[in-house]
Ligand binder design. Structure first.
Ligand code: NAP
Length: 237
């Protein structure tokens, strides 16, 4: 196993190139060195530069987390103290309009990648007897809506996966947290969507920081964050 050569702990964030993942990465940069994962090289390098300005060492991995082999090869043996499984895709349309490709992509990224990424870094945490696995779920993991057959299904999966994994590894000193945001103003929504009433990505990053900074004996397992007063849009967007 590769040794951590820096004195700071290491956080790996998937889907760090924009949106919620970008906010999480820059939030954690004050405290952690970072391994940033996504496919868009230019955006990811920009996020890495911001993290370095905040004092972190930041390494970029241009990776499709749905690619099992590439993910195992890239992540095998990395020392990771905090894993944030954030990468996700949403194609929100009625079932009869959803193509097989759109279905598979959501399952591959939102569900199967949880296996590929977590399987690669969790053994090191268990071996060391500490670490955090944080997963960005959604209120769509408890709710349903028209156009959400596949997306809500994947996020319901996240809830079951996260709680089962938590029960499996908490005795080994590894915490598993699932953060379930309501709507957040990001590119997940189609261009032209009204984002003015939504949470901001930083709000989710704050929730992640709260979960991973809990006292050693305290496990934050589930944290739901929602917009307050969604019917009164803020002017400051
Ligand atoms: P976003 O702005 O569209 O960002 C998605 C991120 O995931 C991007 O960085 C993207 O990077 C990465 N990604 C997508 N497919 C990938 C793949 N195959 N391999 C590697 N990275 C991939 O969306 P977001 O709103 O920030 O979403 C982040 C997470 O929050 C998702 O899990 C989403 O389900 C969840 N969430 C979002 C909301 C919301 O309202 N926005 C609410 C609740 C939960 P590249 O394109 O560069 O690869």
């Amino acid at each position: 196993m590769t040794q951590n050569v820096t004195p700071r702990p290491v956080a790996l964030v998937t889907g760090a190139s924009r949106g919620i993942g970008r906010a999480i990465a820059t939030q954690l940069a004050g405290q952690y060195d970072l391994i940033l994962v996504a496919r868009d090289q230019e955006r990811l390098e920009n996020v890495a530069a911001t993290c370095r300005e905040a004092g972190a060492q930041a390494r970029t991995l241009f990776l499709d987390v749905a690619d099992a082999r590439a993910t195992a090869a890239a992540l095998e043996g990395l020392h990771v103290d905090v894993l944030v499984n954030n990468a996700g895709v949403a194609v929100l349309k009625p079932f009869l309009e959803l193509t097989a490709e759109e279905w598979s992509r959501q399952v591959d990224v939102n569900v199967n990648a949880l296996y590929h990424v977590t399987r690669a870094v969790l053994p090191g945490m268990v071996q060391r007897g500490k670490g955090h696995v944080c997963i960005i779920g959604s209120t769509a993991g408890r709710n349903t809506f028209v156009g959400g057959t596949c997306y809500t299904g994947t996020k319901h999966f996240v809830m079951g996966f996260a709680e089962s994994l938590m029960l499996e590894v908490r005795d080994a000193g590894v915490g598993v947290a699932v953060i379930t945001p309501g709507s957040v103003a990001t590119d997940l929504f189609p261009e032209g969507s009204n984002l003015t009433w939504m949470l901001e990505p930083q709000n989710v990053a704050d929730a992640v920081a709260f979960a991973v900074n809990a006292p050693p004996h305290m496990l934050v397992h589930r944290l739901e964050v929602r917009p307050l007063s969604p019917k009164r849009p803020r002017n400051s967007f």
